[in-house]
Design a protein around this ligand. Structure first.
Ligand code: ATP
Length: 421
């Protein structure tokens, strides 16, 4: 068969996906996997549990796409109508499939249960369809060829759908998809705004690809972090890797020292690796972030090797009693000040017997700002490898200010470690 599957449409079936409470995430997974196989997703839809509407949608999708994938609506109850709708759309008839019925019955028996009569519906198979077994649920998937095109029905639960796509659908697509190789790289940046990063990166983007390798770039911003995604497409994976590596190098050197990772690692993992390499342990004193920084550091598996602990010092008397911040310093400069942040960092380092102390104190808002110290004013300090303190001003709501504060503090540790070899 020549490469006849180049485009796909995805149809998420389920009235619950049209409420404010549920989101179709299956299509994100499927889009990623299809792109990896060289198949472009041209459209996706969410359609309610209505047999006629779904059949009409599938008919329409088949006029445009080589592959139509539905997700959900394969359950045993009356509102599960995907099987019937696809059968209607393709003008097929269904029959009960003995082996499938047996497999569903077995599934119940293995748990000591009788199969309810309604589950017989899940063993109804359109003529010519291939049954895709579902080891994680009772609803089997279906692959139905429709001329040169194909319709694939997958169950709704992501934990059932994902292995079914990988084990049963992807192998069936192989040889039918364009001979495309695809590679991705991500550059992670902190301490610069999105527009700043874009301004530097934009002139580089345009020179990344060549005749053999097409490079697509996108920029993703989260509070305290910017990611540049590079996606290389071509026929030769080694060529793509070479082009992407050169691109990553160009971007990373233009954006240094704000780049903290180009290998997928998170900021906390990079910090952990730097600390571990030097045999250092870190302690964190947090006021406005109240444990968020320590939480991020300890998300890294194995962090007990380089995290001593932390002190949440929200109230001034806790800063004094637990961290040894002189009351006079608090009176004179206020809790959000460079001398206090510095005293918090050295206090936590000494009291928790760590090599590195880091502190965060700030005004996350929405209240508590003043003309001199508006909401978003945050002071981060470092003690140990060197004494450093920095006053920053962040934009955004409370949650964004807190997230940016944590990123700034972790990055301060990263940079201090690097500059000390
Ligand atoms: P089952 O018989 O196992 O329930 P099904 O194919 O009938 O499978 P649905 O009843 O449509 O699946 O959905 C089951 C659950 O799967 C939903 O409650 C939801 O949690 C999840 N789900 C369904 N569709 C999606 C989707 N598009 N994205 C993410 N999750 C989904």
């Amino acid at each position: 068969v020549p490469a006849d599957i180049r485009t796909a449409e995805i149809v998420a079936v389920g009235s619950e996906l049209l409420t404010p409470h549920r989101l179709d995430t299956n299509s994100l997974y499927l889009t990623g996997r299809l792109n990896d196989l060289g198949v472009k997703v041209h459209a996706k839809a969410v359609v309610r549990d209505d047999r006629g509407e779904l059949a009409a949608w599938i008919r329409l999708a088949l006029t445009r796409a080589d592959l139509v994938i539905t997700t959900g609506g394969l359950g045993p109850t009356d509102d599960d109508i995907t099987r019937e709708a696809v059968t209607d759309a393709l003008g097929l008839t269904m029959r009960e499939d003995g082996a499938t019925l047996q497999a569903i019955r077995e599934r119940f028996r293995a748990r000591g249960l009788e199969m309810p009569a309604i589950n017989v519906r899940q063993a109804m198979v359109p003529e010519g369809a291939v049954v895709l077994s579902n080891p994680r649920g009772s609803a089997p998937g279906l692959w139905i060829d429709a001329g040169r095109r194909a319709v694939v029905l997958l169950p709704g639960p992501p934990r059932e759908l994902q292995p079914m796509f990988d084990h049963d659908v992807a192998p069936r697509l192989s040889g039918r998809t364009p001979p495309v190789a695809l590679r991705r790289r991500v550059i992670k940046i902190t301490g610069r705004s999105e527009s700043h990063v874009d301004e530097i990166a934009q002139p580089i983007y345009t020179r990344l690809g060549d005749a053999d390798v097409q490079v697509d770039t996108s920029i993703l911003a989260a509070p305290g972090q910017i990611e540049i995604h590079l996606e290389g497409r071509g026929t030769d994976a080694h060529r793509i890797d070479a082009v992407l590596t050169a691109g990553v190098e160009k971007l990373a050197s233009a954006l240094a020292p704000y780049v903290f990772s180009d290998d997928g690692r998170t900021l906390e993992a990079v910090v952990g690796d730097e600390l571990k390499a030097r045999g250092w342990r870190i302690a964190v004193a947090e006021s406005c972030t109240a444990g968020l920084a320590l939480g991020r550091l300890t998300e890294v598996a194995g962090s007990s090797a380089w995290v001593a602990g932390g002190i949440v010092a929200y109230a001034n008397e806790v800063k004094t009693d637990q961290l040894g911040v002189p009351a006079a310093l608090l009176d004179e400069h206020g809790a959000v000040s460079e001398p206090v942040a510095q005293a918090m960092a050295s206090g936590v380092r000494e009291r928790l017997h760590a090599d590195v102390g880091v502190a965060i104190t700030g005004i996350a808002g929405p209240d508590g700002g003043s003309p001199a110290k508006p909401v978003g004013t945050v002071v981060v300090a470092l003690s140990g490898p060197r004494e450093l303190v920095k006053t920053l001003r962040f934009a955004g709501d409370r949650q964004m200010v807190r997230a940016q504060s944590v990123a700034a503090a972790l990055d301060m540790v990263r940079r201090a470690a690097l500059s000390r070899g």
